[in-house]
Write a new protein. Sequence first.
Length: 175
Amino acid sequence: MDRPARIGILTISDRASAGLYADESGPAIEAVLAEMLTSPFEAISRIVPDGIESVHAGIVGLVDEAGCDLVLTTGGTGPAPRDLTPEATERACEKMLPGFGELMRAKSLERVPTAILSRQTAGIRGRALIVNLPGRPSSIRTTLLAVMPAIPYCLGLIGAARIETDPALVAAFRP
């Protein structure tokens, strides 16, 4: 595709969606993307409360209505009762890519032992890749740096817009 990629940023938080505090995770994702990507992109940000229905609707809206090529979610991946982002992601996707979650947990475990509690995953809906990132801004950077080498190739395989990375920060792998 010869157009700027549309990247959805979906923050999942009961409190941020209710306006009880400012979302820091969504802007952190956009800042890391601006640093990593050399190709133009359009960021489309939304905030939804925790829960299967709200997260599913957020993902579907960003892919089917907003035409996003990549959706990066943040929050809702832990073991707490309201953390249902992976379940909503699985419901929204036709194919799951568990390797993304495995790599993000492995990278996070280098920093914190509680990374084993994370349930991040990834999947494909139509011509879009959905990746669950953690909710902490510092963890977002770590995990996005870990998985970004595979994202441009994956987007190409599914017919999404092409993205280019800054090889000095993260080298995209295209066999």
